[in-house]
Design a protein around this ligand. Structure first.
Ligand SMILES: [Zn+2]
Length: 146
């Protein structure tokens, strides 16, 4: 389960509207809850530039150097990377085979917002489960706005 505030939820949905008709992308930072229930708590979000200039309407890519910087700055605040978000301009909020192929952070959430005609529509969250690249899967998970 992914837990986040209305403010965080609105911020990545707005980001998707701003970059429309291109995909937006960013990082969710926070921590795993202490009760062992596999709940990821979001405490901040970081917008990223989409470095996919070849096909930005249906692909996203976060610059690895930007990701390292976000991770380092998060750690200084006591936060870990708990997930990633991106948008699907005029496409459903379901993961694509490319999304799965390019997801590498097992145990993290992958949040997808469909943006229809420039307006954020449905947002879904998926957890990347499995043990390695060969058996990884994206599984539906609950997204709770607290
Ligand atoms: Zn996608």
């Amino acid at each position: 389960m992914l837990k986040l505030t209305r403010e965080h939820y609105d911020s990545f949905r707005r980001h998707g509207e701003e970059t429309y008709p291109y995909e937006c992308c960013g990082v969710l930072l926070g921590r795993m809850s202490d009760d062992g229930g596999g709940i990821r708590l979001v405490t901040s979000t970081a917008c990223c530039g989409n470095t996919r200039t070849d096909s930005p309407h249906n692909r996203y890519h976060i610059d690895p150097r930007e990701l390292v910087r976000i991770q380092r700055e998060g750690r200084e605040r006591g936060e870990d990377i708990v997930g990633f978000y991106h948008s699907h301009p005029d496409h459903p909020a379901r993961w694509s085979s490319t999304d799965l192929a390019e997801a590498h952070w097992i145990g993290c959430s992958y949040v997808i917002t469909s943006v229809e005609h420039g307006k954020a529509a449905i947002t879904n969250s998926f957890e990347l489960t499995g043990t390695d690249e060969d058996d990884k899967r994206l599984v539906d998970e609950t997204l709770e706005i607290a």
